[in-house]
Design a protein around this ligand. Structure first.
Ligand code: KG4
Ligand code: ZN
Length: 339
């Protein structure tokens, strides 16, 4: 089966061509520079930029894959969650293409695509391996712990009750005067800092649930900076601050993931989403999984941040499994929570 997949849920315009479980092309055009000026994603600008970029991005994915439109068996797009107008651009374009080709259209849940992205190794997906597992999804919009019990069978165990982990990186970075998105910058600066320099709270670490909360950590960083007004003038202290904030976020993510994996009696842990690019998180997950005898499967860094490749791989899998029946006139689902 050959599919074209589109992803426009936030600030990346992406198109991918997938065939028989392999990503043939995965083109991503990032809008980061456009939004950096405003310190965050501006929804209206994101939608207009998707409109401008989607066709060239889709054409280059098809060209790179060496596939023409009439060779496609299906078209997929992210249906939600995401910014409404941004979602509309990709979803309606994919539906129009499917209609013109008289082929099935399938709408995909963005987080479900992140969930299964660690199963794509290199360019090939192996859904059968490593089940059951506990999966940590950490992105700019969500922080989720999910139990994957079988092929396309999963149950959300917990999630963030306020800010997501990526949002915490971005917002605390903004308080430090770092550019948007601050996650990758904090990652770099933290590598030169002392994670024990400053002590920040580890929210919900000892609560007997699988939920996360990061807004209190952000507030404590705000007060810390207010109480140490000259700290941001000293590069080493900024590195120490980044390392300390990052350590607090990572400790909560890793300890709660491992605790859930032990409780659910799985042998494998996976992680995906933009924050999984973080070198400290990757290292700590590797260490904790090795110490506790879990196999770890991290999404490839190129598949951690938003991309249509992961949408296409899941779409093909769902179509092959007959889940769900494709419907051409479905609407966007901006608040579509993973169940
Ligand atoms: O999955 P993603 O591309 O988009 C959403 O679905 O939200 O994740 C974007 C998030 C941003 O908050 C960004 O700061 C964070 O991932 N991020 C990182 C790193 N790279 C991206 N956070 C920490 N360290 C990184 N290296
Ligand atoms: Zn995402």
């Amino acid at each position: 089966m050959t599919l074209l997949a589109l992803e426009t849920s936030c600030d990346e315009t992406s198109a991918a061509v997938v065939r028989d479980g392999k990503i043939l092309a995965n083109v991503v055009s990032s809008q980061i520079e456009l939004h950096a000026e405003y310190g965050g994603v501006v929804p209206e600008l994101a939608a207009r930029e998707h409109l401008r970029n989607l066709l060239p991005v889709a054409h280059s994915a098809l060209r790179e894959a060496g596939i023409s439109m009439n060779q496609l068996d299906a078209v997929a797009a992210t249906q939600g969650p995401g910014l409404p107008n941004a979602l509309l651009v990709g979803l309606k374009a994919a539906q129009a293409a499917a209609f013109a080709l008289n082929k099935p259209f399938i709408g995909i849940n963005h987080h479900e695509a992140h969930l299964y992205s660690p199963w794509i190794t290199g360019t090939t997906a192996d859904f059968a391996a490593f089940q059951p597992n506990i999966s940590l999804i950490v992105s700019g919009g969500h922080t989720l712990l999910v139990l994957v019990s079988g092929d396309l069978k999963h149950r959300v165990l917990g999630g963030t009750i306020d800010d997501a982990a990526g949002e915490c990186f971005d917002k605390t970075g903004k308080l430090m005067g770092l550019p948007y998105p601050a996650g990758p910058v904090i990652d770099r600066l933290a590598a030169e800092g002392n994670p024990k320099a400053y002590d920040f709270p580890r929210p919900l670490l000892h609560e007997a649930n699988d939920d996360f909360s990061f807004s209190g950590l952000k507030t404590s960083v705000r007060y810390f900076i207010r109480d140490h007004p000259t700290l941001l003038d000293d590069r080493q202290k900024v590195c120490d601050l980044c390392a300390s904030v990052q350590a607090a976020i990572i400790e909560v993510l890793v300890k709660k993931t491992i605790r859930a994996a032990k409780r659910e009696n799985v042998r494998c842990v996976t992680a995906s989403g933009g924050v999984t690019c973080n070198r400290g998180l990757r290292r700590e997950l590797e260490r904790a999984c090795a110490n506790n005898g879990f196999t770890l499967r991290l999404a490839d860094k190129t598949l951690c941040t938003d991309n249509a490749g992961m949408i296409g791989i899941l779409a093909e899998r769902k179509l092959l499994a007959g889940l769900p029946q494709p419907v051409l006139d479905e609407e966007i689902k901006p608040g579509w929570a993973l169940a």
